[in-house]
Design a protein. Structure first.
Length: 509
């Protein structure tokens, strides 16, 4: 996710008081009754509810912060439909692009508002990158889309249970920091690889059994206008990121899409060259949202398609990805906003984590994939946001986006894929926190990072890291340092990797 912008120093109480209108007072000193008084009273009530003045902010800062957060994360309205829509399930079915835009915007709007009211943090939520990749490239090929989304609902419910019982933090503490960081880095490389493949910059060599499995472009070199659009988009994105431009990813998507539309109009390009989405000016700029995917999930259908062990590991993969995304984001954004307590704890942490779990449930139930907290919320903090009121603004803008589906559905993969490459770069930055001098943590971290993109599976990468970590610790005579949860998880992954010989020994096949 993008680097966090520098925070704006909070205003003093005196400055805040000067900006908030005071109720008019009659010569006798009484507050008059009327529209002005009632409006002022409502404003004061909202201020008290969200502790806007108490946190050194004001309505102007909260509104600006809400807008900043929306524009830095609005790219998900394009990327989520492209990632989910480009994959097909076990039965060859695809999810509708317009319906995915609606589902993505709806979940982001509702859950961001819920976070604002319930958590009172300037924190926005939407479909998580990495989480949607698990749904598209690991769940869907094994089952139907409703079955896959049902597993995401189960994952969200489990998160809620873990939060209520206090086990969520226990699991976080059981996993070594190096593996947490390696998982984020591996997901970054995996997402970037998806971007290169979806744009046609990298492709599988048809029927190739020797040499290398992938190549540059479709024929060993770059060719065609769509690939050129992707290359221009990558250069524009990295240039904006290097200049620390706010909203760099969204700006790049918009500009590159405009370029793609122009090229598609003036050049002779076969529609199939663009992939699933052809960049063409839509007949209408706004349209009624299509809620066809809402509620299209099967809670236990996956159990009829794959084995219980596979389901357990897939749900566990979703849990881990959600864990790291949320805990790191919530703590980081709260720190940027100066909201951490003296003990370093996030205010209302239990409630915030519960809402985040509910967002995963909502995302699965709407077929938008698991929703989670976004570190782009730090952009709003940089504009002065300190309370959940900013989240109300962000959520409201996502609600408006429900009616802008025609604009989101003209963005080709070649214009959106540069954003995936950029996100991969930003997640890759966490590799610097891994201690590469200590082989007992460096080797598992390396395997986690390498196996994810090379096997096109986040689950495989996590499993390789966990199993190798436990084995190396045990070989070094430091088995007592391994948490029992890590032992159990490593055993499950070992069985997952060895499932074929195990089934043969048990006579299952």
């Amino acid at each position: 996710m993008p680097d966090r912008p520098e925070t704006t120093p909070p205003v003093s109480r005196a400055e805040d008081a000067a900006e908030v209108p005071k109720p008019a007072v009659t010569p006798e000193g009484a507050v008059p009754d009327g529209p002005v008084a009632r409006a002022t009273g409502r404003r004061a009530a909202v201020d008290r509810f969200f502790s806007i003045s108490a946190r050194g902010s004001d309505f102007g800062r909260e509104i600006r912060g809400g807008f900043a957060t929306f524009f830095t994360m609005a790219y998900i309205l394009v990327l989520n439909p492209i990632i989910l829509g480009s994959a097909e399930d076990k039965f060859g079915d695809h999810l509708s692009g317009p319906q995915l835009v609606t589902a993505t915007a709806l979940v982001a709007a509702v859950m961001t508002v819920v976070m604002g009211i319930g958590g009172n943090l300037p924190l926005a939520l939407a479909a998580g990158l990495g989480l949607n990749a698990v749904a598209a490239f690991q769940l869907a090929p094994l089952m139907s889309w409703p079955d896959a989304m049902g597993l995401i609902v189960i994952e969200g419910l489990l998160i809620c249970v873990l939060v209520v019982t206090g086990l969520r933090e226990a699991i976080m503490h059981a996993i070594p920091a190096s593996l947490k960081q390696a998982i984020s880095v591996g997901i970054g490389l995996f997402i970037a690889f998806i971007g290169f493949v979806d744009a046609g910059f990298v492709s599988r060599i048809p029927g190739e059994t020797g040499s290398v499995p992938v190549q540059l472009g479709a024929t060993g070199h770059l060719s065609g206008w769509p690939v050129l659009v992707f290359c221009l988009g990558v250069l524009l994105t990295v240039a904006l990121l290097a200049r620390r431009t706010k909203g760099a990813i969204l700006i790049s998507i918009v500009v590159t899409t405009v370029v793609a539309v122009i090229i598609n109009e003036i050049a002779d390009i076969a529609p199939t060259a663009w992939g699933l989405t052809v960049p063409a000016v839509p007949d209408d700029l706004v349209a009624a949202p299509d809620f066809g995917l809402i509620g299209s999930f099967s809670l236990f259908g996956a159990f009829q398609q794959v084995g219980v062990l596979t389901i357990v590991l897939l749900v566990f993969t979703l849990l881990l990805s959600d864990f790291f995304d949320t805990m790191g984001t919530v703590v980081g954004v709260s720190h940027e906003a100066g909201l951490l307590g003296e003990d370093g704890k996030v205010p209302r942490l239990g409630r915030v984590l519960l809402i985040d779990g509910a967002a995963a449930v909502a995302g699965g139930a709407a077929s938008a994939s698991s929703a989670t907290s976004y570190v782009e919320s730090a952009a709003g903090v940089g504009e002065g946001a300190r309370t959940g009121f900013a989240s109300l603004v962000t959520g409201g803008l996502f609600a408006v986006a429900l009616f802008l589906t025609p604009l989101a559905t003209i963005v080709p993969a070649q214009a959106a894929a540069p954003a995936l490459v950029a996100v991969g770069f930003m997640l890759m930055a966490q590799v610097r926190h891994i201690d590469w001098e200590k082989y007992e943590v460096a080797i598992p971290a390396f395997l986690t990072i390498a196996v994810m993109p090379f096997t096109y599976s986040i689950t495989n990468g996590i499993g390789a890291g966990f199993v190798s970590y436990v084995v190396i610790k045990a070989v070094l005579g430091r088995a007592k340092e391994i948490h029992w949860l890590l032992w159990g998880t490593a055993a499950l992954f070992a069985a997952y990797f060895a499932i074929d010989p195990i089934e043969q020994l048990l006579g299952v096949k």
